[in-house]
Design a protein around this ligand. Structure first.
Ligand SMILES: Nc1nc(=O)c2c([nH]1)NC[C@@H]1CN(c3ccc(C(=O)N[C@@H](CCC(=O)O)C(=O)O)cc3)C=[N+]21
Length: 318
């Protein structure tokens, strides 16, 4: 039996339609909104992602400001740009692409973002709210992982609450932008959550942990890390990895952290790369940009003493 393929592109199309309606609403209301991205240097994955966002913003009619900066940009210059964007009424969401060059202290830059514009929840206030289970913004990649899971459960006729409640979710990778938020979202669903990284068990290997997973979320950034021997037959596998790899034809293409050819025939369901988590992430970021506009409309610039209480309506679509 081969796994069910969880179709990220189809899922993204549905999200995009409802987002289109939200964008029209914002326009009618005359609300200012838009996405600003900052890309320092020329990281391959970040540049590819930035191009995707540019196209999507265009297609949806979301005003888009790209800010490409040279690798040598200083931390002070970067923070100065963030402060300009914080005060720009035409910017509701700010995305700083990672990784930043080594001479820049990421945490210092993230702290400079106005929490109301912080659509990836990298500012300590928003990261803290997420960890406490009352998120203002849910970071787009982790949000997409659980949106795909929720949607697949509905299609499979599984009761969401019951499924999560009896499931062990194993998250491979502990990054601030994917692994840690995914753990929080798993907790929120009352699942049992285990967090490991690729070094979790140098002597016995990661299989001892991953083989027990009902849901395996892989965000380690290592091509082909998860092979058939690492998964159980009932597992639902979500592959967050997007690793550039040069094919025999000399062209670069993206591969996941899961060795799809060996794993897919063995498990219950799996997301492909490309066409899995990635396309949903793109749309979710736009969605957060629209949510940020609503938040800003309620609390205009200068009103920093009264940051809004996070509410459910600003967090989850369904
Ligand atoms: N602060 C920050 N947040 C990020 O979320 C972030 C980042 N920095 N830096 C770069 C990586 C990369 N990333 C991608 C997201 C979607 C696709 C995507 O949609 N990929 C398509 C196409 C892949 C292909 O080209 O074959 C797919 O998976 O189907 C790709 C890459 C987000 N990143």
């Amino acid at each position: 039996m081969s796994a069910q393929v969880i179709d990220g592109r189809a899922c993204a199309r549905v999200l995009k339609e409802s987002l289109s309606a939200d964008v029209s609403c914002l326009r009618e209301e005359g609300a200012a909104f838009g996405l600003a991205t900052i890309l320092v240097g020329d990281d391959y994955g970040s540049a590819a992602y930035e191009r995707r966002l540019r196209r999507l913003a265009d297609g949806l009619g979301v005003p888009y400001q790209p800010h490409p900066l040279p690798t040598g940009t200083s931390q002070d210059e970067l923070i100065a740009l963030v402060e300009v964007l914080n005060d720009d009424p035409a910017v509701s969401g700010i995305l700083i692409l990672r990784p930043l060059p080594a001479h820049i202290d990421e945490a210092a830059v993230f702290q400079a973002i106005d929490p109301r514009n912080d659509i990836e929840a990298v500012h300590p206030e928003n990261a803290g709210l997420l960890a406490l289970g009352v998120p203002r913004f849910v970071p787009s990649t982790a949000a997409s992982v659980f949106h795909l899971l929720d949607t697949w459960l509905d299609l499979a006729g599984e009761d969401r609450a019951d499924f999560y409640h009896r499931s062990l979710i194993v998250v491979v990778g502990r990054s601030n932008n994917v692994g840690k938020p995914a753990i929080s979202l798993g907790y929120e669903r009352q699942a049992t959550v285990e967090s490991i990284d690729e070094w979790a068990d140098r002597t016995t290997g990661i299989g001892r942990h991953t083989r027990r997973a009902d849901v395996l979320i892989v965000a380690a950034g290592k091509a082909g890390l998860i092979k058939a021997e690492h998964v159980s037959e009932n597992a639902v596998v979500i592959d967050v990895g997007i690793n550039p790899q040069t094919g025999p034809d000399g062209r670069v293409h993206m591969v996941g952290d899961v060795d799809y050819a060996s794993v897919a025939p063995r498990v219950r369901a799996i997301t492909p790369v490309p066409g899995g988590v990635g396309p949903v992430t793109d749309v979710w970021l736009m969605r957060n940009t629209v949510l940020a506009a609503r938040l800003l409309a309620q609390h205009p610039a200068g009103d920093t003493s009264a940051l809004p209480e996070p509410t459910d309506s600003l967090v989850e679509a369904s």
